[in-house]
Design a protein around this ligand. Structure first.
Ligand SMILES: [Zn+2]
Length: 113
């Protein structure tokens, strides 16, 4: 299986040949170029980690929301301290994930699913 990139919008298609039309921007098959093996390997190799990072990101959003509820509930200083710490750590980790994934996109470690 090969990877083909739309030169117009960057959509990546996997298959034996380029699609008839780009699903995202609608241009014809001729606007697709095959991604060279080394670059394609990089995309495929990064796919699993990218998915893990995105899953982690959504769990961290949940942690942030729980922590906000706990801070609001304000039972006692010990609990609030834990909720504040969890909120800060989740937020920082989310920002780290965003920076990391932006780096992956710039370095071509992105594109399959
Ligand atoms: Zn396109």
């Amino acid at each position: 299986m090969e990877l083909f990139r739309c030169e117009v919008c960057g959509y990546v298609h996997s298959g034996d040949e380029a699609p008839e039309k780009c699903p995202k921007c609608g241009v014809d098959k001729e606007k697709f170029t095959e991604i060279e093996e080394e670059a394609a390997d990089k995309i495929v190799r990064s796919d699993y980690t990218n998915k893990l990072q995105m899953h982690l990101f959504s769990l961290l959003e949940e942690i942030e929301a729980i922590a906000e509820e706990g801070i609001e509930d304000d039972l006692d200083p010990g609990c609030v301290k834990i909720f504040k710490r969890a909120h800060k750590d989740a937020n920082e980790t989310k920002r780290m994930i965003v920076a990391e994934l932006q780096g992956h996109m710039k370095k071509g470690k992105w594109g399959v699913e």
